[in-house]
Ligand binder design. Structure first.
Ligand code: FAD
Ligand code: SIN
Length: 527
């Protein structure tokens, strides 16, 4: 029996939860489908904070200028201005929902600084901003009668009119989701589906992202024929804690905002050789500088030096980072932190307008899965939490209008059919392919690219794609098979877009085309 809702939200990070609360408050029945526990999301790990103009000495036009500068010519200026203009109101709304932003002794809000910002404008809850936002929003969800949350439900595939072979214009009709506790695939029916599935960091061997970030939303949208763009712009955060295993705990850029200095293994503060803004240059510049220092010296990491910062300040602002480093044997007041870049954020994604609408009627997207034009070729630090909440609010308003249209009506949907498939007895293949896609992306589609490396990656990913497609049709689906299938597709889209861009701009840096082209173009994945 299929389940039917006014609106279905896939994902329970800041984007999905903010959107769900808004549409529920407008009287709609909402289902949230999320593949793990509700709190498990990139949002939950966000540290530095949320950028918005809230101080008298700041100005939205300055925030706009910083965002455009970081985006390296590829931002949609109208989108930048509209989204950033909504910033202060979105902060007020988060505060209303219970997010207690850190305050100074005089009661004013504490504003942090990060790379590329000309002003202090990052609101934060110490260094656990995302956790505080997630908790506040989940509290709102728990107290709403209009929202049902389906945890441990993995959205597998969108159901569309075209896939059902229905006449007339294409639109979304619902989706299939795997209950990972029972192994059953359930049918959810709705005229409105929001993709809020977050990013793709897990496609890389080293990432700051948690395990949920496997690009499922982008893969589902692509398979439904929805427009996806700018996938080559993968942001590598300059400073993840270096360890010998593949864990990459983030050391917030806000640490550099409070005076942290990057040094190479010879102890030199090398950033002044790369950019006049030194350690607070935009992320693409800092990550490339670190990469270059490591390549020149053969070092496995560089250092982040906080020894000159008063220990009380470190404790007060960064308790989580301080504790993590201490567990690793690093005391910030006397030891330097070993740091390396790691895959962090996807600037491209499912193309939307400023109402969150995708190219498929009824399908909306917001948060990291979406590409609104705000980030261009490189995201300005702490603009993503802001974009997610602003776009969730805008999307929620647009959905109301869509649902009032007379041509939108429910369609009965068929149940999922497993066919003649069996449980796999070769799970080792999945594990092997999982490692291979991550390693391939790290080795050949990283901070510095070449056409040859990208082509090598394309060939390997094509092989993996053939294997996983065979596997998908012959064995019973489970979460790791579905995630791997999505990761392989998303990896192929990144490589495809990177090969299309014959220039170096923002996060795409290729030795074969070191200059920027005069023409500004978005890369589009071929459907
Ligand atoms: P997420 O918060 O990632 O939520 C995605 C949700 O979708 C999850 O609930 C997930 O389980 C669910 N999901 C995914 N696939 C499926 C599926 N197939 N079926 C069902 N559910 C699914 N940005 C800032 O602006 N400021 C910061 O300080 C900051 N710090 C960061 C620190 C870290 C360590 C990381 C990793 C990111 C940071 N970012 C920061 C980026 C920011 O956190 C994310 O871009 C933002 O939280 C994304 O929110 P979202 O709601 O789009 O997605
Ligand atoms: C950080 O705290 O450095 C992460 C900020 C971001 O990704 O915007």
């Amino acid at each position: 029996m299929s389940k039917s809702y006014d609106v279905i939200v896939i994902g329970s990070g800041i984007a999905g939860l903010s959107f769900a609360l808004k549409v529920a408050e407008a009287g709609k029945r909402v289902a949230i489908i999320t593949k793990k526990n509700s709190a498990e999301s990139n949002t939950n790990y966000a540290q530095g904070g949320i950028a918005a103009v809230t101080s008298q000495t700041d100005d939205v036009e300055m925030h706009v200028a910083d965002t455009l500068d970081a985006g390296d010519g590829l931002c949609d200026e109208a989108a930048v201005r509209e989204i950033l203009n909504d910033g202060a109101a979105s902060i007020e709304e988060l505060a209303y929902r219970g997010v207690a932003f850190t305050q100074l002794k005089d009661g004013s809000v504490s504003l942090g600084k990060e790379g590329g910002h000309s002003k202090r404008r990052i609101l934060h809850v110490k260094d656990v901003t995302g956790k505080a936002i997630e908790e506040a929003l989940l509290h709102g969800i728990a107290t709403s009668d209009a929202i049902d949350t389906y945890e441990h439900h993995f959205a597998v595939e969108l159901i569309t009119a075209a896939k059902r072979g229905l006449d007339g214009a294409d639109r979304v009709l619902g989706l299939y989701a795997l209950d990972t506790n029972t192994g059953n695939v359930e049918t959810f029916q709705s005229d409105v589906v929001l993709l809020a599935t977050g990013g793709i960091g897990q496609v890389y061997q080293y990432t700051t992202n948690p395990f949920i970030a496997t690009g499922d939303g982008i893969a589902m949208a692509y398979r439904a024929g929805v427009e996806v763009r700018n996938m080559e712009f993968i942001q590598f955060h300059p400073t993840a804690f270096y360890s010998r295993d593949s864990d990459r705990f983030l050391i917030s850029e806000a640490v550099r905002g409070e005076g942290g200095i990057l040094r190479n293994l010879a102890g030199e503060a090398f950033m002044e050789r790369y950019d006049s803004r030194k350690d607070l240059a935009p992320r693409d510049i800092v990550a490339r500088a670190i990469d270059s220092e490591m390549k020149q010296s053969g070092a496995r990491h560089v250092w982040l030096d906080t020894r000159h910062i008063p220990v009380k300040k470190l404790h007060d602002h960064f308790p989580n980072i301080y504790d993590y480093c201490m567990q690793q044997g690093i005391a910030l007041e006397k030891d330097m932190i070993p740091v390396v870049p790691a895959a962090h954020y996807l600037c491209g994604g499912v193309k939307t307008n400023l109402s969150g609408e995708t190219s498929l009627p009824g399908l909306y997207a917001c948060g990291e899965v979406a590409c609104t034009g705000l980030h261009g070729a490189n995201r300005l630090a702490s603009n993503s939490l802001l974009e997610a909440v602003v776009m969730a609010n805008r999307g929620a308003s647009a959905v109301m209008d869509y649902m009032n249209r007379s041509d939108v009506h429910c369609v009965k949907l068929p149940e999922w059919v497993d066919g003649d498939v069996q449980d796999s007895d070769e799970r080792v293949v999945l594990l092997h392919n999982w490692d291979e896609v991550k390693r391939t992306m790290w080795d050949y589609v990283g901070i510095v690219r070449t056409t040859k490396r990208l082509e090598r990656a394309r060939t390997r990913i094509q092989n993996l794609d053939r294997e996983i497609t065979d596997y998908y049709w012959n064995f019973k689906v489970d979460e790791s098979l579905l995630e791997l299938r999505n990761m392989i597709l998303v990896a192929a889209l990144v490589v495809d877009c990177a090969l299309q861009r014959k220039e170096s701009r923002g996060l795409q840096y290729t030795l074969d085309y070191p200059d920027k082209l005069d023409m500004l173009v978005d890369s589009k994945v071929r459907i």
